[in-house]
Each structure stands twice: as structure tokens, then as C-alpha cells.
Design a protein around this ligand. Structure first.
Ligand SMILES: Cc1cc2nc3c(=O)[nH]c(=O)nc-3n(C[C@H](O)[C@H](O)[C@H](O)COP(=O)(O)OP(=O)(O)OC[C@H]3O[C@@H](n4cnc5c(N)ncnc54)[C@H](O)[C@@H]3O)c2cc1C
Length: 416
């Protein structure tokens, strides 16, 4: 069924009796050309682009829980292309362009809102760093405007400009940055893949990866064995565990990241804002809740919930930047499991096992990458060649030393 305004009107007049499920619920078949482990944003977009761009249809996505129940439905929804280093810069630029056409491509409202992102700076040194980043973004063909203090005040009058501890010097404005409704992105890709014939199989946990003579032959699951010519491991925070099923040890640590939402308020924050002197960033959801988050909890864990010290840190940073937030009541907090790499950049690559592919290492920034990650992973799986914009996301860079250390924080997973 195609979605449109006319369809909404038509169904509304008929008592909404004509809507059909957005995707099928098939039983797993014993064999597929391609099996994708993980029904998050990246697994679903890979399946979609394998079918859409490469005409491959005999594909199954195996999800141990429900579609969108992982990080793709837990993030703070920020979409941007403001990376600095060659390798990351062209990839996220490509992703943002895909975001801009995503809704018409998927025929699905993912509520992509280019409301603009402002990264604040609080010192001369930080201003220089953001000026360089802005130049890199403009060179890449993206948009960046360096604002001084008064320029920021015009857009964000409610920040505390009088505080002496972290005075606001200005901000790097990225007008095409913004947000999208996270779970709608999972649903949109799921529906798109399903319409092209991909089987989406929920409640199907992969428990083993079959390898014979250096070649992958299929997977073991809680719903039986499935043979496959190619298998993709796209399990985000669980990547280390899934790869271990094939005898691989990944350069990835899993860490918890928390987020928070307040009660619904009238529109008051029009942009996405990130504080430069404490880990705090915020936007307002379309329902009115202030959605905000901070840094990792700084210990490795598979628990999708966090601890109080980081809650305190985030609240303090929020109060420092915009004291008005103290009047809002926090409704919920939650956590997600982040697949942290030593250099903070992702991996999209083949493995030493023929037919087995890896997509992981999205750290806490993989939501904005969902379109380009699926696009490039599909290209890799269909052609066995890396896509031009993802060619630096190699697994062996940790052995060869060709790291993509975007934040310049060195090889500590927990610092990225
Ligand atoms: C609090 C928070 C805030 C964030 N904010 C942002 C942000 O603002 N912007 C941004 O760009 N990114 C953000 N991120 C990061 C982003 O959400 C992730 O990098 C991205 O969603 C990870 O990829 P995914 O969607 O494929 O992961 P997931 O949705 O986690 O998908 C992986 C799937 O694999 C499944 N799986 C695991 N093991 C198995 C198995 N053995 N068998 C079958 N299935 C399996 C899991 O159940 C899961 O559904 C944030 C993350 C969190 C937690």
C-alpha cells in the first residue's frame, strides 16, 4: 500500500478499516542468498539498499527481539554532517544527502527536520578548532556558519550568557543538521525492504555462525538453522558477541550511553544545541519533550541502562548552560549499548572468512549514518568492493595504524 495524504483522507472516511500491516511476518526459510544479523537501523537499511540498488531479493534480516528495539529506537535522533577528517567527512556528507531524499524514497514520514545544529565554543582555542571544522565542512560541500556571541544570542536567547565559568564565545551553525523520528526510520526501512521481498524475521536470535573451509555457510538460530551464501554481522552493541561466534575478536568495547526526556512543553528550543564545555546536548521533540544526553557511563557493559553519576553530570551541565531547564520535569531516562572502537570511527568491511561481512563501531553517532551505512554495506556485499565514501572504514586499520581519530583522543574506546 502506498501512503499519501489522499490515502489518509480516504481511510479516514472509511473508518480506517483498510490499513494493512506495514510489513509481513514470515517464518524463516531454510536458505537465503544473504542473511543479515541484526534488525536495527543499519541492518534494515543494508537489506533495503541490497534490494533497491542491486536487485537482490533472497534476503533475510534476523532480529533477536523486535525491529527497532535496539539503539535505533533509543538514540537522541540527531542527524548532521559536521565531521572533520577525510574518510568520515565524505561518508557523513553522503548520508545527509540520502536523508534529504529519504521520505520520498521510502514513501514514509520519518519526520526529518533540518532545524539547524549549533555547537557552542567557550574559548579562543575552541573557536579556532571550530573554524577549521567549518572550513572542512564547506570544502566537503556542506554548510557551516561561524557565529559570534551576538549571533548565537539572536538564535538562542535563553542560554546563560552571563556565567563566568564557561562564557559562550560563539557557535558553529550547521543549518542542514537536525533530527528525525528514530523508530520511524527503522519502520520506514523495514517497510521498504519488505515491499522489495526481503524477509524480516523477529524473535530470531542468531546463536552460531557456520563456517566450512574458510567460508561462511549459514547461521544457527533460535528458530532453526538457516543456510546462506553471504552473512552480514550488523549487531551494533552486540557486535563483539556475534563476531565471537565466528571465532573473531573485534577491536570494539561495549559501553552504556544514557539519554533523558522531559514532560511535553510548548515549543521553546528550535535547534539542536551542543555545549562545548561539558558533555550535554539538547533538542525538543515534535511531541514537546526536551530530549537531552551526555557522555558514556565510562564502564564496559551490556546493560541497556545507566548509573546516577552520569545523570548528575548531565543535569549539572544542562543547568549551567540554560538554567531555565531546571523548571522542566524529567519523565524518563534510558540507556543503549554503544559499540566503541579505539578511534571512534566505524568499520564496514569484509572479514578473513569468505562471505562474512562486518558493519559495526558506530559508537554514539550511528543514527545519522543509517542511510549511508546501508548504502555502502549493500555495495560492499553486492560487489565485494568497498564503496568510495566508506573505503577508509577498514577492519585492518587497527593493525596497520591507519586510524581515523576524529576526536584526537587516542586509542581509548571509552574516550570517544
Ligand atoms: C542514548 C543514545 C543516544 C544516541 N544519540 C545519537 C544521536 O543523537 N545521533 C546519532 O547519530 N546516533 C546516536 N546514537 C547512536 C545510534 O543510536 C547507534 O550508533 C545506532 O543506532 C547503532 O546501529 P543500529 O541502529 O543498527 O543498532 P541497533 O538498533 O542496536 O541494532 C542492532 C540489532 O541487532 C540485534 N542483535 C544483536 N545480537 C543479535 C543476535 N545474536 N541475533 C539477532 N539479532 C541480534 C539487536 O537486538 C538490535 O536490534 C545514540 C545512541 C544512544 C543509546
Amino acid at each position: 500500500m502506498r501512503y499519501s495524504g489522499l490515502r489518509v483522507l480516504y481511510e479516514g472516511l472509511r473508518g480506517n478499516r483498510g490499513w494493512t500491516p506495514a510489513w509481513r511476518d514470515p517464518a524463516p526459510r531454510p536458505d537465503y542468498d544473504i542473511v543479515i544479523i541484526g534488525g536495527g537501523g543499519h541492518g534494515l537499511s543494508t537489506a533495503y539498499y541490497l534490494a533497491r540498488n542491486h536487485g537482490l531479493r533472497n534476503i533475510a534480516v534476523l532480529e533477536k527481539g523486535y525491529l527497532g528495539g535496539g539503539n535505533v529506537g533509543r538514540n537522541t535522533t540527531i542527524v548532521r554532517a559536521n565531521y572533520f577528517l577525510p574518510g568520515n567527512s565524505e561518508f557523513y556528507s553522503h548520508s545527509l544527502k540520502l536523508w534529504e531524499g529519504l521520505e520520498s524514497d521510502l514513501n514514509y514520514n520519518v519526520m526529518h527536520s533540518q532545524r539547524g545544529l549549533i555547537n557552542l565554543f567557550h574559548s579562543d582555542g575552541q573557536r579556532d578548532a571550530f573554524a577549521r571544522r567549518g572550513n572542512a565542512m564547506v570544502n566537503q560541500g556542506d554548510d557551516a556558519i561561524l557565529l559570534d556571541r551576538e549571533g548565537v544570542r539572536e538564535l538562542l536567547p535563553y542560554l546563560d550568557y552571563e556565567q563566568t565559568r564557561f562564557p559562550i564565545y560563539g557557535g558553529l551553525f550547521h543549518p542542514r543538521g537536525g533530527t528525525a523520528r528514530h523508530d520511524a526510520v527503522a519502520w520506514g526501512y523495514a517497510r521498504g525492504a519488505d515491499r522489495l521481498g526481503v524477509d524480516l524475521i523477529q524473535n530470531c536470535e542468531v546463536t552460531g555462525i557456520d563456517v566450512e573451509n574458510g567460508r561462511v555457510t549459514g547461521v544457527q538460530t533460535t528458530r532453526g538453522a538457516i543456510r546462506a551464501g553471504k552473512v552480514a554481522m550488523i549487531a551494533a552493541g552486540r557486535s563483539g558477541q556475534v563476531a565471537a561466534m565466528a571465532g573473531m575478536r573485534l577491536p570494539v568495547e561495549s559501553h552504556v550511553l544514557q539519554a533523558f526526556v522531559t514532560e511535553g512543553l510548548k515549543p521553546c528550543i528550535d535547534h539542536v544545541i551542543s555545549f562545548g564545555m561539558g558533555h550535554f546536548y539538547i533538542s525538543q521533540s515534535d511531541k514537546g519533550g526536551l530530549v537531552f544526553g551526555g557522555d558514556l557511563d565510562f564502564y564496559a557493559s551490556y546493560a541497556a541502562r545507566g548509573n546516577l553519576p552520569m545523570v548528575e553530570h548531565v543535569m549539572e551541565a544542562g543547568m549551567t548552560l540554560m538554567p531555565m531547564i531546571g523548571r522542566a520535569r524529567v519523565l524518563r531516562s534510558w540507556g543503549g549499548i554503544m559499540d566503541m572502537t579505539p578511534d571512534g570511527s566505524p568499520i564496514i568491511d569484509r572479514t578473513h572468512i569468505e562471505g562474512l561481512y562486518l558493519n559495526c563501531g558506530w559508537n554514539y553517532g550511528g543514527f545519522k549514518a543509517v542511510p549511508a551505512s546501508g548504502w555502502c554495506m549493500a555495495h560492499l556485499m553486492a560487489t565485494d568492493q568497498p564503496h568510495e565514501v566508506a573505503r577508509r572504514f577498514r577492519l585492518d586499520r587497527f593493525a596497520t595504524g591507519h586510524l581515523l581519530d576524529e576526536e584526537g583522543t587516542g586509542s581509548q574506546h571509552n574516550l570517544h
